[in-house]
Design a protein around this ligand. Structure first.
Ligand code: HEC
Length: 99
């Protein structure tokens, strides 16, 4: 059941910058703009009960789902971030994990 795509870790750093106006176009930029205030730069700020992303065990699909629909205090980002942006953030979040 644990379908953890470790091979995806490397993909983020290889993401080429794209010209999409002034919206952040990298996983890190999107994270800092949308997630940092609760999860913090290192993922362990835990503001308002935000889970520590360094020790999260969620699968890629579960992370994508939670980003889209939110959970508890965490808002849904379905309308704020498109699927491509949600995938970029998901990959970035996984790089915060302590391995
Ligand atoms: C307003 C504060 C807030 C913001 C902004 C926020 N989160 Fe969260 N996040 C939370 C809270 C609170 C939880 C715990 C939810 C629960 O389980 O009840 C959480 C949980 C998570 C989890 C699940 C971790 C686990 O192992 O269960 C992930 C992944 C996550 N957030 C990613 C993100 C990402 C990516 C963003 C930005 C797109 C984001 N969050 C923005 C508050 C926030």
């Amino acid at each position: 059941m644990a379908i953890v795509l470790l091979s995806m870790f490397g993909m983020l750093t290889a993401a080429a910058p794209t010209a999409t106006g002034n919206a952040p176009s990298t996983g890190k930029g999107l994270y800092l703009a949308n997630c940092n205030r609760c999860h913090g730069e290192d993922g362990n700020k835990r503001r308002w009960g935000a889970k520590d992303l360094r020790v999260s065990q969620l699968t890629d699909d579960a992370i994508l789902h939670q980003i889209a629909t939110g959970k508890g205090i965490m808002p849904a980002f379905e309308r704020k971030l498109d699927p491509e942006q949600r995938a970029l953030v998901m990959r970035y979040v996984k790089t915060l994990r302590v391995r």
